[in-house]
Design a binder for this molecule. Structure first.
Ligand code: 9Z3
Length: 334
């Protein structure tokens, strides 16, 4: 009898202890962080890239410069481990690449976390030109060392663009970091957030990449090519962890954080943007619709809502909407 009461009492204490521990931990951020390492293989080069980002942040922080981390481009999600097929999305990386140029013009140093082969600052202006159509053979030189000249009509404003690109490179103001897989994107973003967290309110995050919401965990993925002879394909995908949550709460709590919200249905856009602000408690959401994203966005903050529109006059002067977005956000950051 005594024994039984004792065991019951011990169990009650253990139960209380367990409840207290659950209550004291931070379940959300901790579980996202845990899930990240458990379900997405840590790429081998993350530590080396983190060191580069640290040195970059330290140098520019010491010079009193603000630093922005821009994410850019889409992601592809493999369906097989020996990947033949994957799910991709539309993003070209133009938003991120052109915004990087405007941030540099505003005096920021830029870490450009972009998808491999998506558009790149400055070079993006000539993305549609075949390199060989932009060059001509000059008059002098022989067969092997013949002079090559730039065709200014094929590459308009190339002199000005090249000068700016070289200035930015010379001054070490742009740190390009590439990702190919979703795992690389998530781990590199985490590393950059931990690094920029040290700059406090001088850091900005501009999360323009179109990141997949869904993925297939490695453990659920078939190794070999899925056979069409097995009939129609049904796949089940898991939710990609919402990395914005630990970024804002744990890694860079003083930074100025801007996420992007993309919809195809205009009627739900602003509600979704407000919901994101309520959930993550960051500074601003840039809301855009797929078809009109080059000419219209709304910058939503907890207390304001600014419509940014590219007029016909703007377009005729080759003004881009990213110039207006960056001007709005750098003003708020200052
Ligand atoms: C954007 O909304 C960007 O503005 C675009 C830019 C990807 C539309 P492009 O690269 O396009 O210039 O061709 N980015 C974020 C899109 C996104 O996936 N957001 C998620 C969501 O809306 C979560 S942050 O739910």
């Amino acid at each position: 009898m005594w024994m039984a009461v004792d065991v019951e009492e011990q169990l009650r204490k253990l139960w209380l202890l367990l409840i207290m521990q659950i209550g004291m931990s931070k379940p959300r951020a901790a579980s996202i962080d845990g899930k990240l390492s458990a379900e997405f293989a840590v790429p081998s080069h993350v530590d080396a890239v983190k060191e580069l980002m640290s040195a970059f942040a330290e140098r520019h922080g010491a010079a009193g410069r603000r630093v922005v981390l821009i994410t850019s481009g889409g992601t592809k999600v493999p369906l097989e481990s020996r990947t033949v097929r994957f799910l991709d999305n539309f993003s070209s990386g133009r938003r991120g690449a052109s915004s990087a140029e405007y941030f540099l013009d505003c005096g920021y140093a830029v870490i450009f976390l972009h998808r491999h082969r998506s558009l790149y600052p400055y070079a993006r202006l000539y993305a549609g030109v075949n390199l060989l159509d932009g060059l001509r053979l000059g008059g002098s030189g022989g067969c092997t060392d013949q002079e090559v000249v730039v065709d200014q009509e094929a590459l308009p404003k190339i002199g000005r663009v090249l000068r700016r690109y070289q200035e930015v490179k010379r001054d070490g103001l742009l740190l390009p970091v590439e990702f190919s897989t979703l795992s690389e994107y998530l781990h590199l973003l985490k590393a950059s957030a931990q690094v920029l967290g040290t700059l406090g309110s001088k850091a900005m995050f501009y999360l323009a990449a179109a990141v997949s919401d869904f993925y297939i965990p490695a453990s659920d993925m078939p190794e070999h090519k899925i056979q069409s002879s097995n009939g129609p394909l049904q796949i089940s995908m898991k939710m990609v962890p919402k990395i914005l949550s630990p970024l804002v709460k744990d890694w860079a709590p003083q930074a100025f954080v801007i996420s992007f919200k993309l919809e195809t249905d205009t009627s739900i856009l602003l509600d979704k943007a407000r919901k994101a602000l309520d959930t993550y408690r960051h500074q601003a959401v840039v809301a855009n619709v797929l078809d009109t994203r080059r000419g219209y966005v709304v910058v939503v903050t907890p207390d304001t809502q600014a419509e940014l529109i590219l007029t016909d006059e703007d377009a005729s002067k080759e003004v881009e909407i990213e110039e207006k977005i960056v001007s709005n956000l750098t003003g708020a950051h200052a």
